[in-house]
Design a protein around this ligand. Structure first.
Ligand code: 3PG
Ligand code: CO
Length: 572
């Protein structure tokens, strides 16, 4: 369609290869020993900062700049890559759910009315991440949902909790479970049979992503749906406390447990006629469970029993697959992303495929490549493309995936597949077949989330090595690079007080910060293909991730659509 046609940039040429490199979890803050990026040797990233001050700057990557409810909200990969790819700021899931709960609209819409049909005679199950991190879910939203369901006729409610420790401090699961128990006991006071039915750590139970390891989802299924788990307790707070006592136990990886009655029977398996809501708003770590709950045909693991349920997601997690078909709040409708524009303006694409099983060679010439390893794969495709799981044009795009290590925590192998990602990108650049090579380098984030400082330092160096490999290739082909990050993580590994001093926990040690941060991220441009006189404008001081898309379009020789956030560059 002609509406896809982008205007030519008045000054910048077409035909330059542009490498877009996203370092995951790579923010900027003052140097100290908890700043792993500072401690690690990172000559490639350092030189970007030092060598060309007018081509390096910081970008906002958290809060309202990426569509989150407030500036107290840390950034994350979903909203970060959404903004990078879409070039505009959309009210994100967290905010949309807040609004729907505040207005009460959530209780009047189709999704809630659908599950409500189970309230009179059956159980309402709520499954999701028990956290106030605001990345995948929020406890206060769960609380309002519980209250609203109680007021609207739910007679029996079972909550299946996943403990966090990744978007929030490790150990906060206990306080969260206590808060939830208090709410549930209030509901019981009103004659509603409400209790926690099962639990487990998010990284070991249920919340896998990108089909990295279906066993994670199976463990959850067994506990939540079948009522079977290796650990049985009478009470969830006691369960979490007890399981945390095991050596090296933490919230992220708690084993699955079920709550049983005095007779030893699970209190909350999912039965025919029940309603199920997955209360996470973020998609990536819920789509696998959503498939298991919704799809008739399913061969990823043996479900044993497939109850006939009314299932709704907090949001629809995949708009293209219409998964799930019922949902409580409509997701942000992210349209006309930069990837779709570029494809429609002749940019041929070599991209990471969302599903490795459907990988197929295509003999078209490709001009652009998105590349990451499995655990971050959907970030530079699904999120970048406005939460779409496929290509825009499979003739012109190819998605390549580098398999992640699975079944390990990444402090064990902190280099991850950075070398391979860098080399794949290098080969694609050197092949001369691509207009754009898009890469996500996951180490800062994935190793940062383990809270292991030594390992995170190793990971940051590996990420920097990959950047160097890519920049060298850009140099050789006379291309352009854009190096940035989606949010902070590895640059601060400790929880701090208001003055910025590390907080000490009850055990006398500093409180390790496994989560993302509120810090800005760097963005640097350069390369031999960059036209003379191009530099960052001074009049976009509040620039954020959403400004990158227009910038990249310019570097491909196009002017971005009018409603995109403004470009960061000017041509002197
Ligand atoms: C996760 O899902 O691993 C974390 O909650 C958020 O990390 P990400 O936003 O970097 O994916
Ligand atoms: Co992260």
């Amino acid at each position: 369609a002609s509406s896809w046609k982008l205007a030519d940039h008045p000054k910048l040429p077409k035909g330059k290869m542009v490498a877009v490199v996203v370092l995951d979890g790579w923010g900027e803050t003052s140097p100290d020993k908890y700043n792993c990026i500072h401690v690690a040797e990172t000559p490639a990233m350092d030189s970007l900062k030092k060598s060309a001050p007018d081509k390096w700057r910081l970008l906002k990557a958290h809060g309202t700049a990426v569509g989150l409810p407030s500036d107290d909200d840390m950034g994350n990969s979903e909203v970060g890559h959404n903004a990078l790819g879409a070039g505009r700021i959309y009210a994100q899931g967290a905010k949309l759910v807040d609004q729907a709960l505040a207005s009460g609209k959530i209780f009047n819409d189709e999704g809630f009315n659908y599950i409500k049909q189970s309230f009179a005679n059956n159980t309402l199950h709520l499954i999701g991440l028990m956290s106030d991190g605001g990345v995948h879910s929020r406890l206060d939203q769960l609380q309002l949902l519980l209250k609203g369901a109680g007021e609207r006729g739910a007679k029996k409610i079972r909550v299946h909790v996943l403990t966090d420790g990744r978007d929030v401090l490790d150990g906060t699961s206990v306080a969260h479970a206590e808060t939830l128990e208090k709410d549930l006991s209030e509901l019981r006071g009103k004659g509603i049979d409400a209790q926690i039915a099962s639990g487990g750590g998010r990284m070991y139970v249920t919340m896998d992503r990108y089909e990295n390891d279906w066993q994670v989802v199976k463990r959850g299924w067994d506990a939540q749906v079948l009522g079977e788990a290796p650990h049985k307790f009478k009470n969830a707070v006691e369960a979490i406390k007890k399981l945390r006592e095991a050596p090296n136990a933490n919230d992220q990886y708690l084993p699955p447990f079920v709550i049983v009655d005095d007779g030893g029977k699970a209190v909350g398996p999912v039965l025919d006629g029940d309603a199920v809501v997955t209360f996470n708003f973020r998609a990536d770590r819920m789509t696998m469970l959503a498939q298991a709950l919704e799809n008739e045909k399913f061969d990823k693991f043996d479900r044993v029993r497939m109850p006939k349920i009314r299932y709704a997601g907090m949001l629809q997690y995949d708009g293209e697959l219409k998964l799930p078909s019922h949902y409580l709040v409509s997701p942000p409708l992210i349209e006309r992303t930069s990837g779709e524009y570029l494809v429609n303006n002749g940019i041929r694409t070599f991209a990471c495929r969302y599903s490795h099983s459907s990988f197929k060679e295509v003999d078209t010439v490709f001009l652009s490549m998105y590349n990451s390893e499995t655990v971050k794969f959907g970030h530079v495709t699904f999120f970048w493309n406005g939460n779409r799981s496929g290509c825009f044009n499979s003739e012109k795009e190819e998605y390549v995936e580098i398999p992640s290590d699975s079944g390990i925590t990444f402090n064990v192998k902190p280099k991850m597949k950075a070398l391979e990602v860098g080399e794949k990108a290098r080969d694609a650049i050197l092949s001369g077949k691509f207009d754009q090579v898009r890469v996500n380098i996951p180490n800062g984030d994935m190793v940062g989330h383990t809270g292991d400082i030594e390992a995170t330092i190793v990971g940051c160096k590996a990420a920097d090595d990959a950047v160097k490999t890519i920049l060298d290739a850009v140099e050789k082909v006379g291309g352009i690079y854009v190096v940035t990050a989606d949010h902070g993580n590895a640059e601060d590994m400790v929880k701090r007080d208001k003055k910025g001093e590390p907080l000490i926990g009850k055990d006398g040690n500093v409180q390790i910060l496994t989560s993302h941060t509120l810090h800005p991220v760097p963005v640097a441009i350069g390369g031999p293909g960059l036209a003379g006189g191009v530099k960052f404008r001074k009049d976009v001081p509040n620039g954020g991730l959403a400004n990158v898309a227009a910038t990249v379009m310019n570097l491909h020789g196009f002017v971005a659509p009018d409603d995109y956030e403004t470009t960061l560059i000017e041509v002197a």
